[in-house]
Design a protein around this ligand. Structure first.
Ligand code: ADP
Length: 486
C-alpha cells in the first residue's frame, strides 16, 4: 500500500513537472518517446524479415541438394569422394561450404563428405518426422561461431521409407555476417534518427507556436483604458489565425462595450448635472437677499420640479440597468387585450389633451388575451405613445394597433403623423441619451432613455422594437413580444 501511494505521488509530481514545461519542449518530448517506441519496433520488424528471407534462401539450397542426393540411386553406396564430388558439382565454381552424410535410424553413418568436421546430430524430432516421411530443418548454435543450419530428409523408394536419412548442412556464416551488419547499422542509425527527429520536432513546434508569443506580447499591451490594440493575425490560415481573429473580434466588441459604457457614464453625469445646476442656481438666487413669500414659493416650486425630473431620470436609469442585467422579476400574467389597450390609450390621451391629439386603438386582429409582465409592457408602450404624442402636430392622430403574429408572438404598433426620424438614425435612437434634436427634446422634457427602456422591456418578453420612418411622414414603432399567445 505505501509503495502504491509513493508511486502515485511520484506520478502526480512528474505530471506537474511535465505540465510546467513549455509546449514546444512537451511536443518534442512526446515526439521523442513515440520515436523511441516506434523505431525499435520498425527495426525489429525489418531485422526479422531479412533474417527470414536469408534463412529461406539457405533452406532452399539445402532442400535442392538433399533432394538431388536422395534422387541419386547410388547415394547409399557413394564413397567419401563421391559425396564430395556431388557437393562440388552442386556448388559449381564456388567453394564447397556444405556437409553431407547418409545415416540410418540408429544414427550409424553410412556415407559422409570429407568436410564433415561438424558432429551433425540426428535429433529425436527429425527421426520421428522422418519415420512419417517428413523432412526437418533445424538450426544448431555453436559457441563463438555462426549457427549451423541442417536439413534431415528420409530416403523414400517406391513410396516406402528405406530407413536411411540424407542430412545436408551448412554454417550460416554469410547470413550471420549480413545480420550482424544490419544490427550495427540499426545501433548507429537509430540514435541518430531519434536525435534528428527530436530536434526537428522541437524546431517545428517552436516555429508553429511563434505567433502565440507575439499574441501574448500584444495581449500584455492591452489595458482597460486602451483596447485599441489588436493581435497580429498570422498569414497562414490555420488554428492560430482563427484564434487571433476571434480574439480581435472579441476585443472589438469589448472596445465597443467599453466605449458605450464610457459614453453612458458621461451622459448620465451630464444629464444629472443640468437639473442640479438649476436647483443650485435657484437656491443661490433665492438666498442672495430677503425675498417675498411668493418669490420663495416660486424658487421652491422650480427646485421641486427639477428634483422630480431628476428623480424620474434616476428611476428610469435604475430600471434600465436592472433590466439589462436581467435583475427584474419577470412575473407574467394573463392580460385581457381590450382592457390593456384601453388602459394605455386613456393614459396617452391625457398627455395629448393639450394638443388635442386623438389616440385611436385598432384591435380587430388582436388575440383576446396574451401573457406578459403587464407593468413593464405598459411602460414600454406608454413610452412609445408619449413620444408619438410629443412629435405629433396639433389635432394629429396617434394609432395604437395590436395583432397576433406568426407563431405565438403579438405585435403592438404605435403610428404617428409627426415630423418622422431621419433614416440613418433609426437604430441610434434606441441608444441611451440619444436625441435627434437634443435642444428641442430637452424643452419637451425628454432625456433620451424612453426608447432604450422600451426596448429593454420588449427584450424582457423575448421580443424587440423596430422603428420605421421617413422624414416628414410620421413614424411607426413595432414592438413584438414572444411566447405571448396561449
Ligand atoms: P426622449 O425621452 O428624449 O423622448 P427617447 O429615447 O424616447 O427619448 O427617444 C429618443 C429620440 O428619438 C427622441 O429624442 C426623438 O428625437 C426621437 N423619437 C422618438 N420617438 C419619436 C417619434 N415618434 N417621432 C419622431 N422622433 C422620435
Amino acid at each position: 500500500m505505501p509503495l502504491l501511494k509513493f508511486k502515485k505521488i511520484l506520478q502526480k509530481n512528474n505530471w506537474h513537472l511535465y505540465a510546467r514545461l513549455p509546449i514546444s519542449v512537451r511536443i518534442a518530448a512526446g515526439h521523442a518517446i513515440l520515436m523511441a517506441i516506434l523505431l525499435p519496433m520498425v527495426g525489429f520488424g525489418i531485422y526479422n524479415m531479412v533474417r527470414r528471407d536469408l534463412l529461406k534462401s539457405v533452406d532452399g539450397a539445402l532442400l535442392v541438394s538433399a533432394e538431388s542426393m536422395r534422387a541419386s540411386k547410388s547415394s547409399e553406396g557413394l564413397v567419401k569422394g563421391g559425396l564430395d564430388q556431388f557437393l562440388q558439382n552442386f556448388s559449381g565454381e564456388r567453394e564447397v561450404n556444405a556437409y553431407a552424410r547418409v545415416v540410418d535410424l540408429s544414427g550409424n553413418v553410412r556415407n559422409r563428405s570429407t568436410r564433415d568436421d561438424v558432429p551433425l546430430p540426428v535429433s529425436k524430432i527429425a527421426m520421428a518426422r522422418a519415420e512419417q516421411g517428413a523432412s526437418t530443418f533445424e538450426s544448431w548454435d555453436r559457441p563463438d561461431k555462426a549457427p549451423f543450419r541442417q536439413l534431415t530428409m528420409p530416403v523414400i523408394v517406391s513410396g516406402l521409407f528405406t530407413g536411411s536419412l540424407v542430412q545436408v548442412g551448412t554454417p550460416l556464416d554469410a547470413t550471420w555476417a549480413t545480420l550482424s551488419q544490419l544490427r550495427s547499422v540499426f545501433y548507429l542509425a537509430f540514435p541518430a534518427i531519434l536525435c534528428v527527429c527530436v530536434m526537428a520536432g522541437y524546431i517545428m513546434a517552436r516555429r508553429a507556436l511563434a505567433p502565440v508569443v507575439g499574441m501574448r506580447r500584444a495581449a500584455d499591451q492591452l489595458s482597460g483604458s486602451d483596447l485599441s490594440h489588436r493581435l497580429e493575425v498570422p498569414q497562414v490560415h490555420d488554428e492560430l489565425h482563427d484564434l487571433a481573429d476571434t480574439f480581435n473580434r472579441m476585443l472589438a466588441r469589448l472596445e465597443d462595450a467599453f466605449e458605450r459604457q464610457r459614453r453612458f457614464n458621461s451622459d448620465v453625469s451630464h444629464e444629472l448635472r443640468t437639473p442640479l445646476t438649476a436647483i443650485r442656481g435657484e437656491a443661490e438666487l433665492a438666498l442672495r437677499r430677503i425675498r417675498s413669500p411668493e418669490e420663495y414659493r416660486s424658487a421652491l416650486e422650480t427646485i421641486q420640479k427639477e428634483s422630480l425630473s431628476m428623480g424620474c431620470t434616476v428611476d428610469d436609469l435604475l430600471l434600465l440597468a436592472r433590466a439589462e442585467a436581467g435583475a427584474l422579476p419577470n412575473v407574467k400574467t394573463v392580460v385581457t387585450t381590450a382592457e390593456f389597450l384601453e388602459g394605455v390609450a386613456v393614459k396617452a390621451s391625457l398627455l395629448g389633451k393639450n394638443k388635442q391629439i386623438q389616440v385611436k386603438v385598432l384591435g380587430a386582429e388582436a388575440p383576446v388575451s396574451f401573457i406578459a409582465a403587464e407593468n413593464y409592457l405598459s411602460l414600454a408602450i406608454g413610452n412609445l405613445l408619449s413620444n408619438a404624442i410629443k412629435h405629433s402636430p396639433e389635432h394629429g392622430v396617434v394609432t395604437l394597433a395590436c395583432k397576433k403574429e406568426k407563431g405565438d408572438s403579438v405585435l403592438f404598433s404605435v403610428i404617428d403623423q409627426g415630423e418622422g426620424i431621419p433614416k440613418g438614425l433609426l437604430e441610434q435612437i434606441f441608444d441611451p441619451f440619444f436625441r435627434v434634436d437634443s435642444a428641442r427634446n430637452r424643452i419637451a422634457g425628454g432625456v433620451g432613455i424612453g426608447l432604450s427602456l422600451a426596448r429593454a422591456m420588449a427584450k424582457l418578453h423575448g421580443g424587440n422594437i423596430k422603428a420605421e420612418s421617413a422624414s416628414g411622414r410620421g413614424s411607426q414603432f413595432h414592438l413584438s413580444i414572444q411566447q405571448a399567445v396561449i
